[in-house]
Design a protein around this ligand. Structure first.
Ligand SMILES: [Zn+2]
Length: 399
């Protein structure tokens, strides 16, 4: 099968092959990429699907999701393990509809993502390729302890929890160590233990860190990905480049919350309106957070740090998996649409160590493909206009 369109976005941050085509082999892999005229001449018997003015790009990867976070649902009391499975299954379906063919889940209720992956493999449901941690871990009373994050203290207990989670099928380890204040949660010794144990066993680890000094401690400990990194400094980002640590800024989550608070405050604060009162309080964090991303994103990107798109959106009534919005923000803050697309295609595959499996339109990789209306090189918003999504060469969603 030959797929062709006016724009063929390779995923490397710079190439739009005009009037290009890809040949998908029967094994679901990309057999060849080139100009339509050449491939047509070479494979004259292949059926051609011509998407005309559209853009063909690699399936997207969302590097920061929580398929099992139901905590903000107003009827969260309804969520037993059965409901949780249905909920996660629905997230998987939505991902495919948005062109997200791979996700890294960074904490869901224990065992959920492992089982969802098996269920998808069995064909019980459809979802993206899943890379996952088990539940994240935090210190006793730390960030997320009331949302299912497991509390573990002391280096040896942390090492044991790492071992247990890897034994039980986790692909990554997730640690949380800051929560909207300048008080770091884990000690350096504990962070070092988490990273050392994970690396020693041949795996990678992510850390939730937004403020100082938790950020410096996390960089020093050697985490593979820094999640959020809201108040990183330029010097620290340069250290991350030297250490080969990737940055998953998740700007959308902070921007949506900033906008939500702003709207509440502007609507006028009623005494006794608890939501508005909370919005004012939250604004003292979200406004500087929003500004930090806006002011620093491009500067940090230019250091060469590997940036990946992650949506981290778990709020009730927020758009599901808004990685399109994350890429739009990146473009608004100064990088090109092709560079933004690279943060959701080639970069995540590299960080996951799976660049030989997916992440770009290259010969030999799985044919995970997104087709959108219009020229996404000119307008990143075109990423919203999904026409069709392929997973391993098979159409899994068609608008
Ligand atoms: Zn998160």
């Amino acid at each position: 099968m030959l797929l062709t369109a006016k724009n063929l976005i390779i995923g490397d941050g710079k190439t739009n092959l005009r009037n290009g085509a890809i040949l998908i082999g029967e094994n679901g892999k990309i057999k060849e990429v080139g100009l339509l005229s050449q491939l047509q001449a070479k494979y004259s018997n292949e059926a051609i699907t011509d998407f005309q003015d559209a853009s063909i790009l690699p399936g997207l990867t969302d590097m920061h999701v929580h398929f099992g976070y139901y905590y903000s649902q107003p009827d969260s009391y309804n969520y037993d393990n059965y409901m949780l499975a249905y909920y996660a299954q629905e997230q998987g379906k939505k991902a495919l509809e948005l062109g997200i063919t791979t996700v890294r889940d960074l904490s869901s209720p224990s065992g959920l993502m492992k089982q969802l992956r098996v269920a998808c493999e069995k064909g019980y449901c459809q979802g993206p390729r899943i890379i996952h941690t088990d539940t994240g871990m935090c210190m006793t009373g730390g960030h997320g302890h009331d949302d299912g994050i497991v509390e573990v203290d002391e280096p040896w207990n942390i090492r044991k929890e790492v071992r247990k989670q890897l034994r039980d099928g986790a692909d990554w380890i997730k640690v949380l160590t800051s929560n909207r204040t300048s008080v770091p949660e884990y000690t350096q010794e504990e962070l070092d233990a988490a990273v050392d144990e994970t690396h020693r066993l041949g795996y990678k680890c992510a850390v939730h860190a937004g403020l100082q000094p938790a950020l410096q401690m996390s960089i020093d400990a050697g985490f593979d990905t820094i999640e959020h990194g809201t108040f990183l400094t330029y010097e620290q980002v340069k250290q991350m480049v030297a250490n080969n640590q990737a940055w998953i800024p998740t700007m959308t989550a902070y921007t949506v919350l900033y906008e939500f608070c702003k709207e509440k405050i502007e609507a006028g604060v009623d005494k006794g309106d608890r939501i508005a009162a909370k919005a004012i309080q939250d604004m003292t964090f979200f406004e500087p957070a929003y500004n930090a991303y806006k002011d620093n994103f491009k500067k940090f990107y230019d250091t060469g740090v590997v940036v990946c798109t992650g949506s981290d959106m778990v709020l009730y009534e927020a758009p599901p998996l808004p990685i399109n919005r994350e890429m739009e923000l990146m473009v608004e803050y100064g990088i090109t649409p092709l560079q933004a697309i690279q943060t959701a295609t080639e970069n995540p595959a590299k960080v996951l160590g799976m660049q030989d499996i997916f992440g770009s339109l290259k010969e030999g990789l799985m044919a995970d493909i997104l087709v959108v209306k219009g020229n996404v090189e000119e307008d990143i918003k075109a990423i919203n206009a999904v026409i069709e999504v392929y997973q391993s060469g098979k159409s899994v969603y068609k608008k």
